[in-house]
Design a protein around this ligand. Structure first.
Ligand code: SAM
Length: 209
């Protein structure tokens, strides 16, 4: 990792949406090479595989799209159209350059997105519901923008799942969702090194009822 580049510990130490904007503005240009490649970051591909197995149909919203790794995997499978939302303009600039998103727009998942109720036929998110980023309270907004019957796949890091009370939130939402399945996945691949190399998460797969 290059000198002064943001790292995982900095990312997990975030506390507010403003912290996220600052960190990801500094990280955007080196995220793919210094983080995703070097850590063998497999989560986007694993989330997309679990999502696709449920048979989603578009339009798809990628929440916390970042540099567009999820969009790239969806495009490789011929799925779309895909829109992406993120709090960081700099991350979205990198995603835009991939040319795989129909629309990219700024939005804060801890607030209300500029999206009509039920606009999306499917929703996916990788790496955004994690420590210091977005908590379970944002699931109400996920459900608002999803159409009835939409397939939804949201990754939640294991530590965040416990600490932020995702289980209780899914219990609260039980009447609004169906077919909930939790799939445990490792976030990094075999080439990862360092203290986080064995980190895992859940992909929560469910349907908006
Ligand atoms: C670890 S990155 C994951 C990016 C991409 N999905 C991936 O898997 O590579 C987390 C992303 O969440 C975004 N983010 C953080 N807080 C957010 C919020 N409140 N609303 C929307 N996006 C947010 C960050 O800007 C960043 O792009």
């Amino acid at each position: 990792m290059s000198d002064n580049a943001p790292d995982l510990d900095a990312a997990y130490g975030l506390k507010t949406p403003e912290d996220s904007k600052r960190l990801y503005a500094a990280w955007a240009k080196t995220y793919d090479a210094d983080f995703a490649a070097r850590m063998d970051y497999c989560l986007p591909e694993r989330v997309v595989a679990a999502f696709v197995a449920r048979g989603p149909s578009g339009p798809i919203l990628d929440i916390g799209a970042g540099t567009g790794l999820v969009g790239a995997h969806l495009a490789a499978l011929g799925l779309g159209p895909v829109d992406g939302v993120d709090i960081s303009a700099e991350m979205l600039d990198v995603a835009e350059a991939r040319g795989v998103y129909q629309r990219l727009f700024l939005g804060d998942m801890t607030a209300r997105l500029d999206v009509a109720n039920g606009a999306y036929g499917a929703v996916v998110s990788s790496g955004t519901f994690t420590t210091g980023h977005v908590g379970p309270e944002a699931l109400d907004e996920v459900l608002r923008v999803a159409a009835t019957g939409a397939q939804i796949a949201i990754s939640v890091s294991e530590a965040h799942w416990q600490a932020a009370g995702f289980a209780a939130t899914f219990d609260r939402l039980a009447g609004q969702i169906g077919d909930l399945e939790l799939k445990r996945v490792r976030i990094y691949g075999e080439k990862a090194e360092g203290a986080h190399k064995d980190d895992a998460g859940f992909v929560a797969l469910f349907v908006k009822g």
